[in-house]
Design a protein around this ligand. Sequence first.
Ligand code: IPM
Ligand code: MN
Length: 354
Amino acid sequence: MELNIAVLPGDGIGPEVTNEAIKVLDIISKKFNHKVNLSEGLVGAIAIDKTGNPYPDETHQICEKSDAILFGAIGDPRYDNDPTAKVRPEQGLLQMRKKLGLYANLRPTIVFESLIDNSPLKKDRIVDTDLIFVRELTGGIYFGERGRKDHGNSAYDTCEYNRNEVERIAQLGFEMALKRKGKLCCVDKANVLETSRLWRETVQNMESSYSNVEVSYEFVDAVAMRLIQWPSEYDVLVTSNLFGDILTDEASVISGSMGLMPSASIGSNNALYEPIHGSYPEAAGKNIANPLGSILSLAMMFEHSFSLEEESKIIKKAVDNSLKEKITTKDISENNKPHTTTDVGNFICDYINS
Ligand code: IPM
Ligand code: MN
């Protein structure tokens, strides 16, 4: 198969972890005889430095021509404490999502048996946890009208959703539930927000088309609580952009292995894969960042964009094995001697080759 992949390493530890995923991509495509065409593009702070734009047109064209995008991370501390900055790296990510129509963000929480003691939660609470968030990504308060009034002394952000936007994300949630444990939780704030009432109404209207899915409706504040009490009770959770942003950060630490969590942002014509850990600037350039989130994002790419399940499984098995053998980076190595980013990548490649 011919795989056209855009590579956007981005900022911070993005380039280092992406590099390891590309090594894995190379090995696996040789093993399975795939022809890989890679094109690299700039995004984020590095793109601002070089072009003044966090998502240059050239990068957009590279992404549009590709079948899938492997993305590293975005963000730079130079912008974090400057609320007046006109151009920010994060705008690159938001533009990319909007322009490429990546409307659904899939963020799984996977518990790795060998890392269970790393979790901040008690073991009995997290065994059997296997959940996935389906977060709406191109609407809501992130993209609503915003501004200042009253000579800059008052500010507003608005949240708007239309029925089509809710239907398309809910459909993905229902279908995901059918492939998994058959449970869908619609997370909203319908006791207060009108957009949430539209969400709930829309999902309720779809229930009859998916009679094999057990649907529940929960308020976002309650989910924030129940997620750390009984995470194993959830299967698929569908929610709006901002709620999804917050809850997926919470969910990412449940397993104790945030550095391993992959994600996919899916659109009708393209999809982008990225580790959820972000740019982690303190670790940049030190060869200590965990490349497994990026490598598992590659596994998600094989599965979702190319329907190549076998390739995806081998990558996941190699990752599992590196954890069992304790070939891990500093963030999860506990008392063992930490390995470097490159070591972990090499171990995965050797395992796949063996
Ligand atoms: C995420 C990030 C982004 C978001 C930021 C960097 C704009 O936090 O992917 O969750 O808020 O969506
Ligand atoms: Mn976030």
